[in-house]
Write a protein that binds this ligand. Sequence first.
Ligand code: HEC
Length: 290
Amino acid sequence: MTKKNLLVAGALLATLGAALIGGTSAKAAEGAPIPPAQEWSFSGAFGTFDRAQLQRGFKVYREVCSACHGLKYLSFRNLAQPGGPEFSEEQVKALAAEYQVTNATPNDEGEIFQRPGRPADRFPSPFANDAQAAYANGGKAPPDLSLMGKARTYERGFPLFIIDMFSQYQEQAPDYIHAIMTGYVEHPPEGFSGVAYNKYFLNNAIAMVQPLHDGQVEYPKNADGRAVVPETIDQYGKDVAAFLVWAADPHMEARKRLGMQAILFLIVMSGLMYFTKKKIWKRAHAEEHA
Ligand code: HEC
């Protein structure tokens, strides 16, 4: 091995070592089982959102979760942008108008006033402030869900974390949200005295009562009158998790597309560079051997 090769090999080993150590040093959430991995249309380098799923997930958020959870970084108009649920402009206008929002500036008499929402407005939060939110929920404020589709992460442990390095697994957050939705236990162990018992919540005592029940949210129907997908906790959980992933990363599709284009460009560029190099050095080689 030449000196240069040794250096390269050393650097590679160091990187791999750092990845391995990094993978084990962060502690897994103690006591809580690892959420099972679900199938997501948006996973991987080519993954995209399923529009119909995002629309259903939004329906679940709106009809169930929005009673307690805000979505403060999302504007109504985001729902019509490409790469998301892609509701029509008219749908979004009508939807925004159903909400009452606080106007940013006071009226002529100096009073802050409420008015029907417009597409450019952000989603109003269900509570005036965190203290009120906590008071209404037995002491724990329901967190804003804008970034929840990215926020929750955990170690998946050996050997999964090694596989994950190659498969680019990044769906901890939606897997976790789905697991929380489906993880309620009807009969908690004896002696448990919390609000609710959830298999996947840290220490199991969660202050959120089970939000979803089979048949609770009506889904679009096929011609034969049956729902396009099952109206079950499991399916609601997947749909709302997918919606929250989009809400936390509304430009994911554009970002992945750009990444792919950059890689394609680099491949073509390397080819061109290779042949250019060969051409330029051809004469030098020829002269050397002359
Ligand atoms: C009745 C009010 C209420 C409703 C409805 C509700 N939640 Fe919650 N949620 C809470 C509260 C309170 C917490 C804080 C729980 C805690 O920290 O113990 C919470 C916490 C959460 C968390 C965070 C868990 C964590 O790891 O900290 C997620 C995710 C969540 N809710 C998702 C949802 C989704 C999705 C829906 C709709 C399907 C929903 N919630 C409906 C009250 C609610």
